[in-house]
Design a protein around this ligand. Structure first.
Ligand SMILES: [Fe+2]
Length: 584
């Protein structure tokens, strides 16, 4: 079907009755910006469930929670269209116990037109209903069938002083390139929240995100409804989310923990950026030269993301531009212990540079002026939010690699990660200097996108003729960066067929030695594994633990090992490796 991708006509593929424009005429922006209303049940039988009924027949994507506040969360589910009856109310219950004896909130959703018009997804916002810093059980009940029981967690109040806050951090979960046992382990982790740094879905079936060493995975096939290799409309994006969310391990993780979701490029289009000349998004897509198509496509991407992610993100479809519609950037306060600042690094970014990324081209003074990844408004917000933070730990959830990554040495160096901040070094420098000058204590950056493990120092300059400053001296260290690995997406070693047997035995230690040698600010690097990480913040330290999980086994017993663990003491920018403590 790939030959259809060359069509210029705006009518291909045909857009269905429930497409974006249709929805906008049906619903005002308030309807889309908030969750469904919950009303009191007139008949308590709504909550009666047959204990033998299987939840999958009615709730095929199970349940999830997200968007935590000190007084609530957003609860999410999706109804099976075949089971849907517009006259039937959907019950929702929240309790302090898994048996639902102590129910603290319950109600029904009756807005069946809105459920149907959002691909049968349901979001219920409980902000204002629950107690702070508390874990609850919740479930939906529909036509006598109960969903699986989920667990959600509210935030502490801003003036609370929690002893500890912990996250599982995940990114890059290409469904075609592996199984999700990592999510099974995450479900079992004793963490408070899951932070997703993006690439929750991948927008192409064309096989371009595979490498020489990639396997085919049974039962991972998918085929976009439009018939194209690349996503073309809202129906395609919804199909992707429905397909990914059928995975039981992913469901387990989202049932067990409350999600704080960001996005990266693949939720929209590979390497998406904003083209100021056409005032439209562009990226790796067969229709990238058609600004009208790309605008509508990214609107569809946002629409599906909003439907399937329980995120507290305002969506205003009346915004003049796509950039005004969706404000992904936001911050969350976990009492006075952690401020988590999330940024959108795709919708505002300038185009990639065409120059070969050598030392002569990469760096603040070798970059055209005015380049930005965040856009002016978001960058100023980031700087203000970070420097105003009173929390013990200030955490930047940054989608892409922040620090320089050099291959080679001296004039023969390359900076290949141009999609990360090495492609936006003027703005990186500005952010780095601002944070360093403001003396932001305990600054921790978590990144993804690169499908590898990295632990290193953020500096205002780096040794050698390197990006981030002209200085040749070791720059001032102002924070640490932890890159979490991909759940499944192809990494460098897999792309080069180096992940198995002797090739792995030789190249894994070699690369892990070579990268820190070439980049003294990097303490740990691995690009041969997949998995997730956990971050725990306490008063006197932060701990990062990164795991490798065998993505080739679709099993809860898939091998898992600790790749590396670090401790960062409060008040000192220092990476203290403690892997042995976690390997016992
Ligand atoms: Fe990715």
């Amino acid at each position: 079907m790939a030959d259809r991708t060359g069509l210029n006509g705006r009518d291909e593929p045909s857009r269905g009755d429930d497409d974006h424009a249709e929805l906008l005429s049906e619903l005002d922006s308030h309807d889309l910006a908030f969750a469904l209303d919950v009303v009191d049940a007139s008949d308590r039988n709504v909550f009666a469930a047959d204990p033998d009924a299987h939840p999958d027949a009615v709730f095929p994507q199970s349940v999830a929670s997200g968007g935590p506040t000190p007084s609530g969360v957003i609860l999410w589910t999706r109804l099976e269209p075949e089971a849907f009856d517009s006259d039937e109310p959907l019950g929702v219950q929240v309790a302090t116990d898994d048996t639902f004896e102590d129910v603290v909130f319950e109600g029904v959703v009756t807005e069946s037109d809105r459920i149907r018009s959002h691909d049968y997804t349901v979001k219920v916002d409980l902000d204002g209903q629950l107690r702070s810093d508390t874990e609850y059980a919740y479930r939906f009940v529909y036509r006598g069938v109960a969903s699986r029981t989920g667990h959600c967690q509210t935030l502490p109040r801003p003036d609370d002083s929690p002893e500890s806050v912990s996250f599982a951090v995940v990114t890059c979960q290409d469904f075609l390139n592996g199984y999700y046992p990592a999510f099974h382990y995450i479900a079992e982790e004793d963490v408070d929240f899951v932070v997703h740094l993006g690439d929750f879905v991948y927008e192409s079936d064309a096989g371009e995100f595979k490498g020489l060493g990639s396997y085919d995975y049974a039962e991972r096939e998918k085929s976009l409804p439009s018939g194209f290799d690349h996503v073309h409309d809202l129906t395609d994006y919804r199909y992707l989310y429905r397909t990914y969310r059928r995975d039981r391990f992913l469901q387990e993780a989202l049932e067990s923990h409350t999600l704080v979701a960001g996005w990266d490029d693949h939720e929209m289009v590979d390497d998406v950026y904003w083209d100021d000349e056409t005032d439209a998004p562009r990226g790796e897509h067969p229709r990238t030269d058609d600004p009208e198509f790309m605008t509508e496509l990214v609107a569809d991407a946002m629409h599906a993301w909003w439907e399937f992610m329980p995120a507290r993100v305002e969506y205003d479809p009346a915004g003049d531009s796509l950039q005004d519609r969706f404000r992904l950037w936001r911050d969350l306060e976990f009492g006075d212990l952690v401020d988590l600042v999330m940024t959108d690094e795709r919708l505002f970014r300038d185009p990639p540079r065409e120059a070969i990324p050598t030392v002569d081209n990469v760096g603040p003074h070798r970059e055209p002026p005015g380049r930005s990844m965040l856009g002016d408004e978001q960058r100023e917000w980031l700087l203000e939010t970070v420097t105003d933070s009173d929390a013990t730990w200030t955490v930047w959830a940054d989608e892409v690699l922040t620090m320089p990554l050099r291959l080679g040495s001296g004039p023969l160096s390359l900076y290949p990660v141009q999609g990360g901040w090495d492609g936006y070094t003027r703005e990186r420098q500005r952010i780095a200097e601002h944070i360093a000058q403001a003396d932001v204590d305990n600054f921790v950056t978590v990144t993804g996108d690169m499908h590898c493990y990295i632990a290193g120092y953020q500096q205002t300059s780096y040794p050698g003729r390197v990006t981030g400053g002209e200085g040749v001296a070791q720059g001032e260290r102002f924070g640490v960066e932890f890159m979490t690995p991909a759940i499944t997406s192809v990494n460098v070693a897999e792309a080069l067929h180096l992940t198995r047997g002797k090739r792995k035995q030789i190249t894994e230690p070699l690369l892990s030695w070579l990268i820190p040698k070439m980049n003294p600010h990097i303490d740990f690097f691995d690009s041969h594994n997949w998995g997730y990480s956990t971050l725990t913040f306490e008063r006197d330290e932060c701990r990062f633990v990164a795991y490798a999980v065998d993505k080739t086994e679709n099993s809860p017993d898939a091998d898992r090992e600790v790749m590396v663990a670090y401790r960062v003491p409060e008040g000192v920018v220092n990476l203290d490796e403690i892997t042995d403590q976690y390997r016992q």
